[in-house]
Write a protein that binds this ligand. Sequence first.
Ligand code: ADP
Ligand code: MG
Length: 317
Amino acid sequence: MTEFDLIRRFFTRATPGAVVGVGDDAALLHMSPGMELAVSTDMLVSGTHFFADADPFMLGHKTLAVNLSDMAAMGAQPRWATLSIALPEASEAWLEKFSAGFFALAQQYGVELVGGDTTRGPLNLCVTIMGELPQGAGLLRSGAKVGDEVWVSGTLGDAALALAHLQQHISLSEAELAACAPALHQPQPRVELGLALRGIANSAIDISDGLLADLGHILDASHAGAEIDIARLPTSPVMRAHMEQQLGKQCVLSGGDAYELCFTSPAMRHADILNIGARLELPLTRIGKIVAGQGCVVRDANGVSLDTGDGGYDHFR
Ligand code: ADP
Ligand code: MG
């Protein structure tokens, strides 16, 4: 199999939403009038973001999911993606499953793969995603206002808990692992939520490095502080069973790979947010509020503020 056979066989699908897709020197894309282009890149490196023997179907899903999550956090409608991939060898069985996982999710969100690059090397997967949104409608990190409510989607901590088990920092039963592993291996990007929050949320971010770290980015960009109640943080039954341990709290507050949205919106929008959650059948939980000042104060059930250390995952710390 040559490089071009590989691209044709595994990464070339119809792209009716592009002027020119895979196969030329560049893709040509036509933007809808009045729209802004949202562009984001996320790279997954073997040994850093996933285990070398990760299930290729789930890896294909996750490679795109983490990028869709960035579109969600901007309130953008995902449209196109490119995929740059370094492979130690051209295993047909691996490529078959990886591309199936990638395209299953791409199809679900109407994303077209319009190009990429393919080389030999240590396993490395890099997607650039492009989406559209009406001019000025982007959900920025910098828009939080004092008095805003702080919300998160879904539940927090499951992915980090599954990872802690795989890294032997904690021991989960088989049933517990089965319940929280999908959050780690097949995160569901909250694209519909991001779209629904346009014109309602003042700020948004997706939780890739942990709630405290990512909410911290909103606070820094918005020159504001936040108060969060730990008892309000939405967690799964498995996560709740481990919350008394220090590691459990860390998974919820600082665990990466959640790919839920954290957003802020005016208190008068409270009912609108609950309606969006009901319509999308996605739990949306108010976890605290934006206050004047800086940094995030986390309070326990008795109102005592916790020492939360220094936040989330940082590749270079
Ligand atoms: P060039 O040599 O001009 O950079 P390439 O040989 O790298 O072109 O790629 C040929 C075509 O295949 C291009 O359209 C490129 O975007 C596309 N392509 C390469 N690798 C991938 C991939 N992994 N997924 C999707 N498209 C790809
Ligand atoms: Mg190239």
